[in-house]
Write a new protein. Structure first.
Lengths: 156, 156
DNA sequence: TCCTGGACCGAACGATCGTTAGGGTGATGG
DNA sequence: CCATCACCCTAACGATCGTTCGGTCCAGGA
């Protein structure tokens, strides 16, 4: 297809970015929806990281916009997108909060930092992940490290 | 300054990118050089994360290239840069390896994953960090979380 | 059968980008 | 006092980008 032909499908480049950004938000939220909302928090965290990395690996185009290119959205669209993005992060955070409140995670856990580090790991993975990588195993390595830490042994 | 005037200082845009990329590598390696090479590994990890985040906050331009824009380097320069970058990551990894070997960290620690998650946190921070943030405190929150994990309590 | 509408092409537009060339300024040192 | 040099400007170039427009091709419905 020639570049001009694209314009029988879209109105403008900005519109296209907006569409893909919404697709991205939808994909990541849908992936999180697939995570059970009961059962051991630890397993739900593992499932959430797996789900996120799976979207990155299987829908690289929309993931690119959701993770990086959204910054070029303008005006109200930017705000709407950012709200959707913050909601996504909040869903992760509430996972950690729930784990703390239930006593399945440390009672002094900083759930904000926890969500930040977890999402940093999977978002940064976007940077270097090669198509065809075993994302579930990678997610599990992240989960293991984040849960039990590097020092000493857990009280599991 | 007008865009044309720039060319009395540089040869080409690619040359400028290459210069800044090297400055970036130098800045991050120099920051790591400031971390003691003996003493408790835990404290050295904390210092390394602090050092990295400090470069991000105080030299945002070179950090941008070191973290993100290096991908537009071409040919041999790209290879040279990538070697320097891998060496940087390796310096982090060897910190964790040493901690494991000395028994200051878990003996079953996956030091590759540990370095990856630690660097993911600070590199992703580049994305959202606002100038004027308290980077040392942020680095310490990362350190605490990574060392002790989210589950149970450390054997500290 | 013809008509319509959608998908794509080809060519062109204005704007921006990386770069070059030529010229002007002002401080410095012989 | 003048030559030099670093530094910056203005103007223009070719290339690329986002977009428009007129036209061609083809499938489906009337």
């Amino acid at each position: 297809m020639q570049k001009g032909s694209l314009y029988s499908h879209i109105e403008s480049k900005a519109d296209l970015l907006w569409e893909v950004a919404r697709e991205g938000a939808e994909a990541f939220h849908a992936a999180l929806d697939g995570v059970a909302d009961d059962g051991p928090v630890v397993e739900r965290i593992r499932a959430a990281l797996r789900a996120h990395l799976r979207v990155v690996a299987e829908q690289l185009d929309v993931a690119t916009v959701f993770i990086r290119e959204w910054r070029y959205l303008e005006g109200e669209r930017r705000d709407v997108f950012l709200a959707e993005r913050r909601r996504y992060e909040e869903r992760f955070r509430s996972l950690f909060r729930e784990g703390r409140e239930r006593g399945e995670l440390r009672t002094d856990l900083d759930d904000g930092a926890a969500a930040l580090v977890a999402l940093s790991s999977v978002n940064w993975a976007y940077t270097w992940l090669r198509p065809g990588a075993k994302t579930d195993e990678l997610a599990d390595r992240f989960t293991g490290l984040l849960l039990d830490g590097m020092r000493g042994y857990s009280s599991r």
